[in-house]
Design a protein around this ligand. Sequence first.
Ligand code: UDX
Length: 447
Amino acid sequence: MVLKITVIGTGYLGATHAAAMAELGFEVLGLDVVPEKIEMLAAGKVPMYEPGLEELLRLHVAGIEGSSGRLRFTTSYEEAGEFGDIHFMCVNTPQKHGEYACDMSYVDSAFASLAPHLKRPALVVGKSTVPVGSAERLARLLTETAPAGQDVELAWNPEFLREGFAVDDTLHPDRIVVGVESEGAEKLLREVYATPIGEGSPFVVTDFPTAELVKTAANSFLATKISFINAMAEVCEAAGGDVVKLAEAIGHDERIGKKFLRAGVGFGGGCLPKDIRAFMARAGELGADQALTFLREVDSINMRRRGHMVELAREAVGGTSFLGKRVAVLGATFKPDSDDIRDSPALNVAGQIHLQGGQVTVYDPKGMSNARRLFPTLGYADSALEAVRGADVVLHLTEWREFRKLDPAELKEAVAAPIILDGRNALDAGAWREAGWTYRAMGRPRA
Ligand code: UDX
C-alpha cells in the first residue's frame, strides 16, 4: 500500500517537501491556511522563486496535463487528518517582533488544528526549526487531544535545505536526522527515506532534544564560520591584508574547509540570523546562556558588516554626507537564486543610506516585487544599467551571476563617478580596474 503523506505549511520547506514526496511515488496532500497560496500551487505555480521547484511540482500536481496526479492541495485540516498516514509539519518559526525568541504561534496553531482530526493511527513529523523542548511538549499535546490518542506519535526530523538549492538538498540530503521515541516511528521514517532520497545519506537516529538541537547547532556553526571570516576581514583591512587569500589559504586545511568563508556584508535570510537569536533565548530559559554568549558576538560582527558598508559608501561619495548623492545598489535578496528579502544585508544597507539622505536606486534580478512591497520608499530600476545611471557610487551587495557578467566599460559610461564597492568579493577586480573603475572590496587592500 502506498503511504499517504500530508505536508502542513507550503512555504519553501513545505512546497519543496511535498513535491519531493510526490516525486518519490507517495500520495501527497499539501495544506496551507492561506487560500491564495493553495490556489496557486494547485494550478502548478510556486509562490516564490526557487530554481527547479515549479518544474518538479508540475510533474505531479493533479489536474495538470501529463502529471502523475499524486500531489493535491487543500486548506482543510479535516481532509488532511483523514488522508494522511504521515503528517510532515513544515510551518515557519520567524523571530518574534522585538525579541530574540522565535514565534511558535504558527507551529502551535498547526498542531492544535490538526490534532482533533487525527482519528486513526498516524505519525506526525516535525520539520520546523524549533526551540529545544518543543517536541516533547507537542507530543503530549497530540496524545492528549487527538481522538486516536496513543496511536498518534510524534517524530522530529529537521530539514537542512538551502534556498536556491531547495530541490537538490531535499532529494539528496547530506544526512537525515530523526528524533524518535519508538521503533515503530523509526521504521516508518526509514520506509519514507528508503527511496532515492536516503541512498548514500547517513541516517542518524536520536532522541527529541538532540534532533531539535542538531538543526540550531548546524546553523550556529555556519553563522560562526561566516562571522569568523568577517572578523578576519576587519583585521585584514586594519593591517593591509587580503581576506580572500587568507580564506583560501586556511581553507586548504581540511579540518577548516573552504566553504562558508566568503567575507562580505554578512549573512541574512529567514534562518541564520533568527536561529542564532532564538538559540540564545532558549539557552537563557534553560539556564545555559553562558554557553552561547559567543553567538552574541557572531551576531554583532555580522550586523557591523552592514554599517561598515554604509561607511565605505559614505567615504566613496566624499566622506561627510549622502545628501544629494546617488547610490546604486545591485542586489536586494539575501542571497542569489532566491527572491527572498528577509533580513537582507543589501536592503538593510540601502535603507540606512536612504534614511541618511542618499538617493538610492536598487536593482535585483528576482527580488524586485518583494523589495518594492517592503521598502516602498527606495528607488528602483529595471536593470543594472538603469540603476547605475548617474550614480556617485555603485554597491554590489548580492552576488547574482548576472552582475558578474556586467560590462564594466558600458557601466562606466552611465555613472557620475566610476566607484564600485564589492560587498561580496565576487566581481573580477582586475576587469573593473582595467575599465577605469575604482574597485574596492571588503577585507582587501585598496589598489
Ligand atoms: C541556511 C543553511 O545553510 C541551511 O542548511 C538551513 O536549512 C537554512 O539556513 P539559507 O538561509 O538558505 O540556508 O542560506 P545560506 O546559503 O546558508 O546563506 C545564508 C547567508 O549567509 C546568506 O546571506 C549568504 O549570502 C551568507 N553567506 C554564506 C556569507 O556571507 N558567506 C558565506 O561564505 C556563505
